[in-house]
Design a protein around this ligand. Sequence first.
Ligand code: IFM
Length: 477
Amino acid sequence: MTREEWLRISAALSLGGLLPNNLLAELATSSELHRSDFGKDFVWGTATAAYQIEGAWNLDGKSESIWDHFTHHRKAKIKTRENGDVACDFYHRYESDIELMRQMNIPAFRFSLAWTRILPDGTGKVNQKGIDFYHRVIDKCLKENVAPWITCYHWDLPQILEDKGGWANRDSIRWFEEYVDVIAKAYGDKVKNWMVFNEPMAFVPLGYLIGVHAPGHINFSKFYKAVHNVVMCHGAGGRIIRNNVKGANIGTTFSCSHVDAKNDKPANTRAAARADAFINRLFLDPVMGLGYPKADLPACKHIEKHMQPGDEQLMAFDFDFVGLQNYSRMVVKKLALIPIIHVVNVPPKKLGHDITDMGWEVYPEGIYHLLKKYNSYKNIRKIIVTENGAAFPDEVVNGEVNDVKRLQFIKDYLAQVLRAKREGVKVDGYFIWSFMDNFEWAEGYRPRFGIVHTDFATQKRTIKASGKWFSEFLKNQ
Ligand code: IFM
């Protein structure tokens, strides 16, 4: 063991008390990754979302969101029949949680705002108590030297707006503009890092096409309309932040998966191109000014039907950065009977790699390919990995969580980020999903993504081995 390795291990010991032997071995092999390899300006952080952590679902004037409604009225849609009523109780515990981030040397905290706290009627009257809550969160971040990174929308539309058609109603563009205008004006003096959306390719199809997420629709027409309205809101939201926040660093985030064809049969190669257009490009391309990817995905014609004169220009925005969010990869083959994409996934279990608790394949090289792909877009100025992480079953044993698999996952994905960066990709940040275990939507609380363990019965937080490693990594500049 080198002296440097020994020093890092001793530092880890002082941070986390006695570490198990296998973790010591892990730490000893992590010498290949150093924070300094990524450069001084690389942003490091952890990410969360309002509904997944806050709880306090009906406190201080907050109204019902589509996720409150979905979990209360369509319980069977949640595998464990759970809801986010309490979640991690961040609403009451934000101070100690942000202090923990500081203790863990985490420089940036990505979180979303609940529209229903700010504008309980969706539009119109502003709820001062909601505004005040996020001021307290932001002030605490600034006090602890943890930079706040705000996501405007992470899936929790006010139910009152869903009752008017939700994202499938073109008025949603106006509603969203009003909401973003309120928050940009309220927090713009204190917060410079903004993201308009979290993963449109998740909340639009899961909520309007497959119906497994709120609001639970299985409806092609609503889906196509919602895609276009949400695309339009990217440009609209970006412009409002630009006009209101001096010196803003504005981005938006996209989920993405590297897509491989099962084999090189031409039908499967074309299937992979269609899957890629759907999963990775349906929102990204129009927002980057390239229009819908209809050459590879003919179904785009159903979306384009909803375009109005002038939309082509309005959907694009000159973002300062694009948030890349990656967990896994897809291997596909043609299957004509699947609507829109005519593609089916090869089950991840058959691919020969480790599988996470979500059933997703562990495939670190995927993030490298995606970074290269994003880098080839002329209009992407900078890429930040705004989410990456893994769910594995965790157990607290003698006050410790030895999440070796998550730790390895993070290191392996980070190594691929570094590989891309060394090859000239403009990647400038990395946020782990998630700071702490939280409500994983239709999966309930079972999948644990945190680098901090949450005991949902007592709300006790325990830094996992991955969290200890991350703190140590961040400490050594
Ligand atoms: O928990 C989610 C998050 O809300 C959005 N991105 C993926 C995460 C893991 O599924």
